[in-house]
Design a protein around this ligand. Structure first.
Ligand SMILES: NC(=O)c1ccc[n+]([C@@H]2O[C@H](COP(=O)([O-])OP(=O)(O)OC[C@H]3O[C@@H](n4cnc5c(N)ncnc54)[C@H](O)[C@@H]3O)[C@@H](O)[C@H]2O)c1
Ligand SMILES: [Zn+2]
Length: 734
C-alpha cells in the first residue's frame, strides 16, 4: 500500500466512525471543524490520486445508513448534501464556473442562511401531511412522522390549493432561546444537557417516544421541494420559497436574492454580522442558482448539486487541550475558574482561555489538566468549555487518570484569604473583603455609598480610578487624601478615558468639586457605629443587622471580641451571619483597617452594651410578637434588654414573658398553650414606666399610644378616631 492509500484508508475509517456517531447516534465525539478538516484532506487526497476514489468513499455519500430503530422511507427524489466553500476565493470560483457553463453573464442566486439542524422531508397528499422522514443516506431515510406531528410549525394541512403530491424539504431546528430554556430546565431537574442546538434538534426528533419529542421545543423552516405532482412549479427557487410561504410553511425571513461574487459575499458578511442576533444557530449561508432551467443545466456530482454551495462561517466550537486550570477573583470576591488551553481558532479568533463559570460547572464537566475539551465561542461572548472528551483523557501506566479531579483553591490567589462557599450557593468567594485588591473598588464604592459613610461625589468611576492609580489600598486611605490628590487622580482618569474636558485643555482646572469631596470625606468622620459596620461590607451584615449589633454590644471593641456563642445571643443573628462576623474580625488585615480608620479620625458615639445582666428582668427571656402601637419591636426589645431581659425570637418552655401586640399569631397561641406569662401592650408600658429610670429612654406616658409612627421617625397625631386610634388601643384594654 502506498502512503497515500494508507492515509486515505485511515481518513475514511475516521470519517465513517464520526458519521455514524453524528448521524445515527446523535452523539458526535469530534467537533464539526475537525470533521471538516478530515473531509477536506480526504477530498484533496482523492483529487491528487483519483484511483483512491471508490463508491463507498465518504466523499461520495451523504450522511449514514438510516437506523433500524425506525421504519425506512425511500425518497422519491434523493436528499443531497451541499459542497462547501470556506473562503471568498472558493465562492468566486463557484460563481465563475456557473457563469461560464450557463453562458449567463450575471445569473441570479437565491441566498439563504444555512440553518444548523436536521434535514427532513415532509410529504403531503391532497394537502394533508402523510409522512415525514430524515435524510438518512440520501436515498433512504427514517420514518419520523409521529415525531414531526408534534412540531407546531409544521402544517398538518396546507392552506392554498394544494398539489396532489407535494414533498417539502427543510430543516428542523431548536431555536436558541428554546435551547437555553430547555437546558436550564434540564440542569434544574437532573436531566442530561443538550450539547448544542443542532444536537438538540437531531436528538429530539429521533426519539422513539413521540411524547418526548413533544416536550422538546422544535421549529421547522422550509427551503426546497422534493417530488411534486399536480401543480405547475414556479420557474425559480426564490419564487418557490414564496409559494411555500403561501401554502403555510415557515420560511427563513433572511432569505433573499443576489448576484455576482461581490453580491454573494456582501450577503455572507451581512448575515455574519447578525449571526448572534438571529433566533436560530446557523453555520453559514447557502447560495443557490435561482433559475430551475439553469440548475438542470449544471446538474449534480455524486453527493451534491453543482448549482449550489454552502459558504461556512468560522466554527463556533473547537477542540483543544487544557494546560492548566486557574481562578480569577472578581470585584465582589466571586472566584471564577477558567482554563488555560493550547491556543485554538474558534469563532473567528484565536483563544487560549475559556471560562468554567463556577465550581458546580467544574464538577459537572469534570475538567482536568491534560483533558481534550470542546470550547465554544459565539459572538462576543466569553469562550466557554462546553464538554470534555473523556475518552481522550491522559492515563497513567495503570490506566488510571493522570490527574485527579480539580478542586477550587482553598485560599484566594490574590490576597491569600480563605475562599468560602455557602450551602446552596454556586459562587465561591474570597473572604478577604476590604483587604483583597481584587475587591477594593467595590468595597470602596460601597463604603462611600449614601447609606454607609455617605461620602457624596465618590462614585464608581472615582472609586475605580483611586484603586487603579494606587491612591487607595484600603478604605482607610481615603482619609489621607488631599484636594491635590483628587485633581491628579481625575486628570489621569480623564486621560486614560480620552475625555479631557475643554476647560482643562484651555489650562483651567476646576477644583471646587475636589474641595467638596474632601469636605464630604471629612464630614463622614463623624459617624455612627451602625453606619460604620454596614460600610465595612461584612457579608450579610446589612443596615438592620448593623443596628441590632450596635444595640446589643454598644461598643465596637465588644463586638470585635464576641465569639459565635456571644453572637447567637443577638436577636435575629443566625449561625451563618455570626460566622461571617467572627471571621471578618478575626482577619488581621481587617483589624488593621479599623485601626487605621480610627487613626484617620473616624469616630462615633460608643455606648456600653444596653443589655444588662442585672435588673428586674435579669435571667428572663422575653419574646415580642405582633405589632406595638407605641414603639417599634426593636425599641421595645432594647428597653427590655436594658432591664436585664434576653430577647428571643421563638417561644419555648424556657420563655419567661411573651409580649403580644396587635394581630399576634402562632407565637401567642403557643404561649397560651404552654401557659406562659402573657403581657399586652398596656402591661408592657406599665412595666417600662415603672422602671423608667433604668431605661435609656425618657419616661413615656401611656397617652402616646394615640400617636402613630410615620416613616420619618417622627410622631404624628392621627386624631381620636379611625384606624390609628383602633390600632393604637392595645387589645384587652378597651
Ligand atoms: N462532528 C461530527 O462528527 C460530524 C460528522 C458528520 C458531519 N458533521 C457536520 O455535518 C456537515 C456535513 O453534513 P451534511 O452532509 O449534512 O452537509 P452540510 O451540512 O454541509 O449541508 C447540507 C445540509 O444543509 C442543511 N441546510 C440548512 N439550510 C439549508 C438551506 N437553506 N438550503 C439547503 N440546505 C440547507 C440541510 O440539512 C442539508 O442537508 C459537516 O460540515 C460537519 O460539520 C459533523
Ligand atoms: Zn482575595
Amino acid at each position: 500500500m502506498t502512503d497515500a492509500a494508507r492515509r486515505h484508508a485511515d481518513l475514511a475509517t475516521r470519517i465513517r466512525a464520526a458519521d455514524h456517531r453524528y448521524y445515527v447516534l446523535d452523539d458526535p465525539d469530534i467537533v464539526d471543524a475537525d470533521y471538516d478538516a478530515l473531509m477536506r484532506e480526504l477530498i484533496a487526497l482523492e483529487a491528487a490520486h483519483p484511483e483512491l476514489v471508490t463508491a463507498d468513499s465518504p466523499s461520495q455519500r451523504v450522511g449514514d445508513a438510516p437506523s433500524a430503530k425506525f421504519a425506512s422511507v425511500a425518497h422519491a427524489v434523493p436528499m443531497l448534501s451541499l459542497a462547501n466553500a470556506f473562503d471568498d476565493d472558493e465562492v468566486r470560483e463557484f460563481v465563475a464556473r456557473i457563469e461560464k457553463e450557463t453562458g449567463d453573464a450575471e445569473p441570479l442566486f437565491s441566498v439563504e442562511p444555512k440553518l444548523d439542524g436536521l434535514a427532513i422531508s415532509l410529504r403531503y397528499e391532497g394537502g394533508v401531511f402523510v409522512r415525514g422522514a430524515t435524510r438518512g443516506d440520501g436515498a433512504t431515510g427514517e420514518d419520523v412522522t409521529l415525531n414531526l406531528r408534534t412540531v407546531k410549525s409544521i402544517p398538518l394541512r396546507l392552506l392554498d390549493d394544494a398539489p396532489d403530491v407535494l414533498e417539502v424539504r427543510g430543516e428542523v431546528v431548536m431555536k436558541t432561546a428554546a435551547f437555553k430554556r430547555y437546558n436550564a430546565w434540564a440542569l434544574a431537574n437532573g436531566h442530561k444537557l443538550l450539547a448544542n442546538p443542532r444536537n438538540g434538534a437531531a436528538g429530539s426528533l429521533r426519539q422513539l417516544d413521540p411524547r418526548i419529542t413533544a416536550r422538546r421545543p422544535l421549529s421547522f423552516f422550509a427551503y426546497a421541494l422534493g417530488q411534486v405532482k399536480g401543480a405547475a412549479l414556479p420557474p425559480t427557487h426564490s419564487e418557490t420559497l414564496r409559494w411555500l410561504g403561501r401554502l403555510g410553511f415557515p420560511v427563513s425571513a433572511e432569505a433573499g436574492v443576489a448576484c455576482g461574487g461581490d453580491g454573494l459575499l456582501a450577503y455572507y458578511r451581512e448575515i455574519g454580522a447578525r449571526r448572534d442576533a438571529l433566533p436560530y444557530d446557523i453555520d453559514g449561508v447557502v447560495y443557490k442558482l435561482d433559475r430551475f432551467d439553469q440548475q438542470r443545466a449544471m446538474g449534480f456530482v455524486s453527493r451534491a448539486p453543482r448549482w449550489a454551495i454552502a459558504h461556512k462561517f468560522p466554527a463556533q466550537e473547537a477542540s483543544t487541550t487544557v494546560e492548566s486550570i486557574e481562578v480569577n477573583v472578581g470585584r465582589t470576591g466571586a472566584v471564577t475558574p477558567w482554563v488555560l488551553m493550547r491556543p485554538v481558532h474558534v469563532g473567528g479568533v484565536t483563544v487560549a482561555r475559556a471560562t468554567l463559570h463556577n465550581a458546580d460547572q467544574i464538577a459537572r464537566l469534570d475538567v482536568r489538566v491534560g483533558d481534550t475539551v470542546i470550547v465554544r465561542r459565539a459572538g462576543d461572548v466569553i469562550p466557554e468549555v462546553v464538554r470534555v472528551v473523556e475518552c481522550q483523557r491522559p492515563l497513567d501506566a495503570e490506566g488510571q487518570p493522570l490527574h485527579p479531579p480539580y478542586a477550587l483553591p482553598t485560599h484566594c490567589p490574590v490576597c491569600g484569604s480563605l475562599v468560602e462557599r455557602e450551602d446552596g450557593e454556586v459562587v465561591a468567594r474570597c473572604s478577604g473583603g476590604l483587604f483583597c485588591p481584587a475587591q477594593r473598588v467595590q468595597a470602596l464604592f460601597h463604603f462611600a455609598s449614601r447609606r454607609a459613610m455617605d461620602i457624596e461625589g465618590l462614585g464608581e468611576r472615582f472609586a475605580e480610578a483611586l484603586v487603579e492609580f494606587g491612591y487607595v489600598e484600603t478604605v482607610a486611605d481615603l482619609y489621607k487624601l488631599a484636594v491635590g490628590d483628587f485633581i491628579e487622580m481625575k486628570r489621569r482618569a480623564d486621560e486614560r478615558d480620552g475625555s479631557v474636558p475643554e476647560t482643562v485643555k484651555a489650562g483651567k482646572i476646576a477644583t471646587k468639586w475636589a474641595e467638596n469631596l474632601v469636605a464630604a470625606i471629612d464630614a463622614s468622620r463623624a459617624t455612627t457605629l451602625a453606619r460604620l459596620l454596614f460600610a465595612l461590607g461584612i457579608r450579610d451584615v446589612g443596615e438592620s443587622t448593623a443596628k441590632t449589633l450596635v444595640r446589643h454590644f454598644g461598643a465596637l471593641d465588644a463586638l470585635m471580641a464576641a465569639d459565635e456563642a456571644a453572637l447567637h445571643e443577638v436577636p435575629d443573628v443566625g449561625p451563618v451571619v455570626a460566622a461571617h462576623i467572627v471571621h471578618f474580625f478575626a482577619q488581621p488585615h481587617n483589624r488593621k483597617v479599623i485601626a487605621a480608620l480610627r487613626t484617620g479620625g473616624v469616630h462615633w458615639p460608643e455606648g456600653t452594651p444596653r443589655r444588662s445582666t442585672e435588673g428586674p428582668l435579669a435571667g428572663k427571656t422575653v419574646v415580642l410578637t405582633g405589632g406595638l402601637a407605641s414603639m417599634t419591636r426593636d425599641e421595645a426589645g432594647a428597653r427590655l434588654e436594658a432591664l436585664g431581659a434576653k430577647v428571643s425570637g421563638s417561644v419555648s418552655k424556657k420563655t419567661g414573658i411573651v409580649v403580644a401586640g396587635e394581630a399576634a399569631g402562632s407565637k401567642l397561641a403557643k404561649a397560651q398553650a404552654l401557659g406562659l406569662d402573657i403581657w399586652d401592650e398596656a402591661a408592657l408600658l406599665r412595666f417600662l414606666n415603672r422602671h423608667a429610670a433604668r431605661t435609656p429612654h425618657a419616661r413615656m406616658p401611656p397617652v402616646r399610644a394615640a400617636f402613630l409612627r410615620t416613616g420619618k421617625r417622627s410622631l404624628r397625631y392621627l386624631g381620636s378616631r379611625g384606624r390609628a386610634r383602633r390600632r393604637a388601643r392595645p387589645r384587652g384594654l378597651a
